[in-house]
Each structure stands twice: as C-alpha cells, then as structure tokens.
Design a protein around this ligand. Structure first.
Ligand code: SF4
Ligand code: SF4
Length: 289
C-alpha cells in the first residue's frame, strides 16, 4: 500500500507527519522522500547510507555529419529544447530544457540524433531497523524534478507499506509524487492561506482520482474555516494537532513527536490504522497532549 503525505503549501508540517507515521508502523516500512528539492526526512531519521545512484535524463546528441537541417526536430519539441535554424545547419540543443521524451530521436528522418545521459540528481537509500529510507536530491540548477521523483518511487515496496513525503504545492512534481498513491493525506494549517492552498491540493487529488483526507496542524492559530470546508465537501478530517510549544520544540531539534510526546504515539498509530482502510475514514481524531 502506498500512502502519500502532501500539502498545498510548504511549512505545514507534512514531513513531520510522514516521519512519525513511518516510526509507529509495526511492520517494515519504506519511506520515500520525494521532496527532492529539499529532502529532510533524513534529518529526523538519521539513516546510514547503503546505496547511492545517479539519476540521469536521456538528452539528444546531434551528429552534424548526418543532419541536413530539415528542422523537423525543432518543430516537434514542445519544450524549446532543440532549435533548428534551417539553412542546412544542424540544430542547437539546450539540455537543461530537455524533458528526455525521446521524440526528436524518433522524428529525425536522417537518424542524426542519438541520446546521451545527463546527470540531474541522486537517489540515496539507507536502512534503520525495519525502516528503509530512500530520498532523492535534485542537482544544483536542475529543474527536472519529476524525473528524480520517478527514480525515487522505483524503490517503493510493491507488497509492503510505502509512505511518500511529497513535495509541497500542486505542480507537476507534486502530481508525480501522489498520482498512484492508494491514499493521500493532505496536511494543512487552519489559516486563510492554509485553506486557499488546501483547496488547490483537493482539486489536484480529485482530478487524479485518489482517495484522500486532511490533517490539520497547529490547530488554534487560526479559525475553523478549514474544518467547515472539509465538512461541506465531505472530506475526512483525519487528525488535528494542536498549536503547542512542546510540538514546536521537538520539531525544531529534529526529534520525533511519537518518541518525545508519548500521548501522540497512540494517535499516530490510530491514524496509520485508519489510513490502511483507505477512504473509509470519516472521523476526526482531535489530539490533546
Ligand atoms: S528529447 Fe524531447 S524534450 Fe528533449 S529535445 Fe528531444 S523532443 Fe525536446
Ligand atoms: S530532424 Fe534530424 S536531420 Fe532534421 S534538423 Fe533535426 S537533427 Fe537534423
């Protein structure tokens, strides 16, 4: 089973939910940190590395001797990653814009284009007890985030429990992370900004056809509009965590809530149990610590 933890905006505590859920699982769990621009699950769960692999993208390489400058490749590429000036000149390739779709290779009538591997990031893995943590790291200046996320997701355990810490927002990176999850947990804050971004995230998961529910973090800093929205939209409100200084302190020093605030351990265990019955959860768990 794959459970993705996502949020419409950064800073909601999404990663905290993911690492604490991973910690309370009784069985082996695979945690995939797909927030590849800022992976930080490892800060909460220091894990000795036992594997590291580069992520590459296949980008075009043009053999100028075979090219007749027909411009077919430049006309095909929708990303402007290959520009053919015509006049018999070979095209220019802009590898940083290339999505690695391979289309220009296929459409070139002279077989003048081959592919070369361009490094765009890393996937690292490690184990700590029953937890396998795999994270992706997008290279400096790179923008092909979904390709690195796909590389991380290839490490999912098909038969076991996989948790995915998705990148914040509703961009193609977030879509890539949650698109095939069995359940998506949307983490938000009870503020106008939180509600705004939650609406966008809800639209995303609905379009993807994924079952989902909401966790409200820092309850008490805003108002009840998120709760009212969830009720009106029949969205399960899975868990409400209070705006509590002790929680903030544990988070700030990279600790685990379920270890340092014992009352929360059973709450996270309840949440995980409920997520396992994906889509059937309809009761809020309000937490007092
Ligand atoms: S591989 Fe695809 S994205 Fe890259 S240059 Fe060719 S057509 Fe454009
Ligand atoms: S499609 Fe092939 S032959 Fe035509 S301009 Fe591009 S590389 Fe050259």
């Amino acid at each position: 089973m794959q459970i993705a933890i996502a949020s419409g905006k950064g800073g909601t505590g999404k990663t905290s939910i993911a690492v604490n859920l991973a910690t309370v699982a009784d069985e082996p769990v695979c945690l995939l940190d797909c927030d590849v621009e800022a992976p930080n699950c490892r800060l909460f769960l220091p894990t000795p590395l036992d594997g590291e692999e580069p992520v590459t993208l296949a980008v075009p390489h043009v053999d100028a001797a075979r090219c007749d400058g027909c411009r077919t490749c430049g006309g095909f590429c929708r990303f402007g990653a290959i520009f053919s000036p015509g006049g018999g000149s070979p095209p220019l390739v802009f590898p940083e814009l290339c999505h690695g779709c391979g289309g220009c290779v296929v459409v070139c009538p002279r077989g003048a284009i081959t592919e070369v591997a361009r490094p765009i990031g890393l996937v690292r893995s490690g184990r700590r007890g029953g937890l396998r943590l795999v994270d992706g790291l997008l290279g400096n200046g790179e923008s092909m985030t979904p390709a690195v996320i796909r590389a991380v997701k290839r490490h999912a355990e098909p038969a076991g429990l996989t948790l995915i810490d998705a990148p914040p927002g509703t961009s193609c990176a977030a879509v890539e992370a949650v698109r095939d999850a069995d359940f998506v947990v949307l983490v938000t804050e009870p503020t106008p900004f939180g509600l705004h971004d939650l609406r966008l995230a809800v639209e995303m998961v609905r379009r993807l056809g994924r079952p989902f529910g909401v966790v409200v973090n820092r309850h008490g800093i805003g108002d009840e509009r998120v709760a009212h929205y969830c009720a009106a939209e029949a969205i399960p409100l899975l868990l409400t965590l209070p705006n509590d200084r002790r929680i903030a302190e544990v988070y700030a020093r990279g600790g685990l809530l379920v270890d340092e605030l014992p009352a929360l351990r059973s709450r996270f265990r309840d949440l995980l149990a409920r997520l396992r019955t994906a889509g059937e959860t309809d009761e809020e768990v309000a937490v007092a610590i």
